[in-house]
Design a protein around this ligand. Sequence first.
Ligand code: DSN
Length: 411
Amino acid sequence: MSGSLEKIDPEVKEILHKEFVRQQNNLTLIASENYASRAVLEAEGSVLINKYAEGYPKRRYYQGCRFVDEIEELAIRRAKALFRCEHVNVQVHSGTQANMAVYQALLKPGDTILSLSLSGGGHLSHGSEGSFPYKYHRIVNYGLDRVSERFDYEEIRKIAKECHPRLIIVGASAYPRAIDFLAWRKIADEVGAYLLADVAHIIGLIVAGLHPDPVPYADVVTATTQKTLRGPRGGLILCRQKYASAIDKAVFPGIQGGPFMHVIAAKAVCFKEASQPEFKSYQRQIISNAKALAEVLKEEGFRLVSGGTDNHLVVVDLSNKGITGDRAAAILEEAGIVVNKNSIPFDKRPPFSPSGIRLGTPAVTTRGMKEAEMRTIGKWISRILYNPQDRLLRKKIKGKVKELCQKFPIY
Ligand code: DSN
């Protein structure tokens, strides 16, 4: 039982070290990734990992829950103040499970869900083929306007009136524009549907007041804590009081057993960090960095989905560049620039080899990088993508990426 990881399991220790070095020496431009603080890591790697606590504070199925109750109550208190919501569930393990809990709480099998298509930037858990809701519900998708590549509210209203959804989902994994949640509320009211806002990606921007807030308009809001919120990997459900009991029951015992109390402790730390004034300037810099990256890519001749960005991410259309998204992501990684392949609206290619890539700035902004670094990175990306045969160029840029990364340590 006693002994360090190094002593007990040097093999795992070594892999962890290699991953640390990878994170340190590469540029993470994956829009959904970030670096949690040391305080978050410490809370998650704590003795709370040892505790079972099925149930909710003061209503547990186990003894010995006095201190985990304190932790969960603290996390709830902080979350309610931070998100200005009536009720919060901090137990849900992930964003996908948060959405599953909402379906379980509000819908019956066979009910219709109206959600954004995958190629329009929607998330798998909103009902893509193979997902849990796809099996139990009727899924109808809306897309984006072909020209603006933004939500077309008239078209969405028309589809909603035709398909009579029980639930409308607004939220995306790859939508670079601001969302007008009031417009969505109006559509939901017109057709008598619940409105779920899945703001996993943009929750940090919302907390900082830099993106419209869904809480006043949506019946339920789901999110994750590891993306722009810069906390542990985990989910979050915010809702109106009238849904509180249904949501909590849907999480436990509906789809989960024992809550991860160590993760809830780390969420509490993340909520505290997100309530500090520095968090707002961090979020502002994320957006400025994304805009700077968008500008340089446009100057270099790349077409961006919707022409740019209002938030933390950029989707680059490579269909006129003779390179697929998967190949682009692979050669960028060879140069130490880590992105993901991504579908573009109305993509003619399949999701595993789509026409675009998605770039996000939360992680590089956490490292302290600013607009000047974004311009440098954008130019590197451009040179690599215009010269996919040039291995030597990638090797050269990899060296420069490492130099840049060393100026901005992750911890
Ligand atoms: N997988 C996340 C993303 O990259 O957007 C969403 O869950």
